[in-house]
Ligand binder design. Structure first.
Ligand SMILES: Cc1cc2nc3c(=O)[nH]c(=O)nc-3n(C[C@H](O)[C@H](O)[C@H](O)COP(=O)(O)OP(=O)(O)OC[C@H]3O[C@@H](n4cnc5c(N)ncnc54)[C@H](O)[C@@H]3O)c2cc1C
Length: 267
């Protein structure tokens, strides 16, 4: 058995703004007095551009720029933080859906992945296949209460060791080593996983848009949520705040409880 110290999250992709494409569009609509702020992330510039496109609010009204401006707009909010702050306050969160972040969650259990995949709106998943990947080396993360209780810890270890041994025994019983046909190997591997613990360590790649991540962070770092998903979504929250400080400007962490809260929970 391989003991997992802590499940870990890796940010592996995020939405990129194509400055040339946006500049070409802005030129074609009459070159409004607005451009992406180089001090702001691509994603936040893109979200601002989406909002300003909706209302033609790139700049105050200019009759010489009819496609870029709007007589209803005499003044505008300047600066990405102020602009996106107002989007959050107004609950116009659909524009946050243009920006996605992709994470690989490593050494997470199937307890965690099963809970995570319940989030459907704005999400995409690719999960390690336990039909293909043979479980001859089980990894396992022990919840805090188990770590602190020697008897429970020993019992957990015994059961995981036993289940790992069972996987190896089954492979032997079915002569898995000698089988070359991939379909048969997959079929058997899938049978054996039925005797694997739900707490075994595995991996999942997950993509979500920023509106969805806000929702998931709020639900899954809450004290009512399960221990492991709280740890993993807490790591995701930290990365979100670092990468997109303006979109997550209303999100704060209560250090004592690990709960991440939002001033505007529904955007
Ligand atoms: C503490 C806790 C305990 C839980 N206990 C259980 C349990 O005992 N049993 C159980 O089965 N599940 C349980 N869950 C899972 C929970 O019921 C949800 O399935 C899961 O959290 C996904 O959240 P969501 O429904 O907001 O979906 P998401 O896909 O994250 O959706 C985001 C939002 O989009 C909207 N939305 C999404 N899909 C639809 C739709 N089809 N129609 C209309 N609006 C939609 C909703 O406003 C929703 O809140 C628990 C979750 C938590 C956090």
């Amino acid at each position: 058995m391989r003991i997992i110290d802590q499940p870990k999250v890796y940010l592996v992709a995020k939405t990129q703004l194509l400055a040339e494409g946006l500049a070409a569009y802005l030129k074609d609509i009459g070159s409004p007095d607005w451009r992406p702020d180089s001090a702001v992330s691509d994603g936040e510039n893109l979200i601002e551009a989406a909002g300003r496109m909706c209302y033609r609010s790139w700049q105050p009204y200019d009759p010489d720029k009819p496609e870029a401006t709007n007589p209803n707009v005499t003044d505008i909010r300047r600066g990405n933080r102020q602009y996106t702050g107002n989007v959050l306050k107004s609950g116009h969160g659909s524009i946050l859906e243009h920006v996605c972040m992709t994470f690989i969650c490593r050494n997470v259990s199937r307890v965690f992945t099963h809970e995570l995949v319940r989030h459907r709106a704005g999400m995409a998943y690719s999960q390690e296949s336990l039909r293909y990947v043979r479980l001859d080396d089980l990894s396992f993360w022990f919840p805090e209460a188990v770590k602190k209780n020697p008897r429970a810890h020993e019992r957990f270890r015994d059961v995981v060791d036993f289940l790992e041994k069972t996987q190896k025994e089954l492979a032997e019983i079915f002569g898995l080593k000698e089988i070359n046909d991939f379909t048969t190997k997959k079929h058997l591997t899938s049978i054996f996983r039925r005797l694997a613990p739900i707490g075994l360590g595995t991996s999942i790649m997950v993509t979500g848009n920023l509106r969805a991540w806000r929702h998931i962070i709020a639900m899954r770092t809450s004290e009512a949520a399960e221990e492991e998903i709280r740890i993993v979504t807490g790591q995701i929250a930290q990365i979100c705040k670092k990468e997109y400080p303006n979109i997550f400007q209303d999100m704060t962490c209560d250090e004592s409880s690990g709960v991440w809260q939002f001033t505007y929970p529904k955007v």
